[in-house]
Design a protein around this ligand. Structure first.
Ligand SMILES: [Zn+2]
Length: 93
């Protein structure tokens, strides 16, 4: 399996830079050159975007928990469907 290589790599250990907001390699601790990092303006923009996404998540919770009661009713529907199918099958007896 081929490893997907990031074009942003630590010059010291040659591993992908995980967080370009931090001026330090998370693997080896080497100081990263400025050109590999986000500009302070970009970091502000990213933080703002992350904050907005977090805000959206709060207003629209993931449907996972909401789906739970629906699972039972869909199971009942399935049983009904099987009954109908066997009724239909009975017509061809
Ligand atoms: Zn490194």
């Amino acid at each position: 399996m081929e490893v997907i290589r990031s074009k942003f790599q630590c010059p010291a250990c040659d591993r992908s830079i995980l967080n370009r907001k931090i001026d330090r390699c998370l693997y080896c601790g080497a100081t990263l050159p400025q050109e590999l990092l986000f500009s302070p303006e970009k970091i502000v923009a990213l933080d703002e975007e992350a904050r907005k996404q977090e805000e959206r998540r709060k207003h629209h919770p993931t449907p996972q928990t909401v789906e739970q009661p629906g699972f039972l009713s869909s199971a009942i529907v399935t049983i009904d469907t099987i009954d109908i199918i066997s009724d239909i099958a009975g017509l061809f007896d």
